[in-house]
Ligand binder design. Structure first.
Ligand SMILES: [Zn+2]
Length: 256
């Protein structure tokens, strides 16, 4: 059953639809995949089947025709385009470099912001710890194209090597980096960092190596790292062993 309510994007009274917080395309194996919610403070986690949707936030038009356009650009870049732009490779690391002729900066930036904004406005318990606070309205203004707030939502991406099992783990969490509030989206084999307010952040300074990775309207790098994947895998295995002991059925058998 659909509910008639106020769409949080257009503000109109509309029939609301099942809006996925993380678009379905970014679950690499949607049918079999399980979504892991990690509580960053306690380290506790819960498992959800097939991702999360909220049926109280968006109308079909805003979800499909507006935010859906941003999703398409995110999907095109992360799962296809970047592979055409490998600048450097060795056994452990690949560096991809995209210049602006290959991506739509505004759509790509808005894609990541839209996931955070949806998680923030959602009242689903698994996103209760993702709160944009005073930045929630600013995120909406960016998504609507009313303002750009270029100091906010500074985004950079690390990739895990392709076709690895643990790439199926999808979650959003938050942390602090250099004492700045940062959100982390782990999805589609990528670890995406979003610095909430990047004004004067050390990573945004031109001499910092990560500054080359921050998505901007000229070009940016994505680093693919075997070592990062190994860390990710180790964490996922620990979580799966815990799940196993608690009686959850993980996406695949943990190494005990
Ligand atoms: Zn709407």
């Amino acid at each position: 059953m659909h509910s008639i309510s106020i769409c949080k994007f257009c503000g109109k009274e509309k029939k609301l639809i099942k809006a996925h917080i993380i678009p379905r395309n970014f679950y690499l194996d949607y049918k079999n995949e399980q979504y892991m919610r990690v509580d960053e403070l306690s380290g506790k986690f819960t498992i959800k089947q097939n991702g999360s949707y909220d049926k109280n936030i968006l109308c079909a038009e805003c979800d499909g025709k507006i935010l859906g356009k941003f999703d398409q650009e995110g999907y095109r870049i992360l799962l296809d385009e970047i592979y055409k732009h490998c600048l450097y490779r060795d056994d452990k690391v690949k560096i991809y470099n995209l210049s602006s002729e290959y991506y739509d900066y505004n759509k790509l930036r808005k894609f990541f912001i839209s996931i955070l904004w949806k998680a923030s406005i959602s009242s689903l318990p698994e996103y209760s710890y993702i709160q944009l606070g005073e930045y929630e309205d600013k995120a909406l203004a960016i998504l609507k194209g009313i303002a750009s707030y270029e100091d906010l939502f500074k985004i950079y991406i690390y990739k895990y090597p392709k076709d690895k099992d643990y790439n199926k783990f999808t979650y959003i969490t938050k942390t602090k980096i250099a004492n700045y509030k940062t959100f982390v989206l782990n999805m589609a084999g990528c670890m995406i960092f979003i610095i909430l307010n990047g004004k004067n952040h050390p990573y945004t300074k031109g001499n910092h190596p990560i500054s080359k990775m921050i998505i901007n309207n000229k070009n940016f790098c994505i680093i693919e790292s075997e070592d990062l994947y190994v860390q990710h895998q180790r964490m996922a295995e620990q979580k799966m062993q815990e799940m196993w002991r608690k009686g959850y059925k993980p996406p695949f058998a943990p190494k005990l």
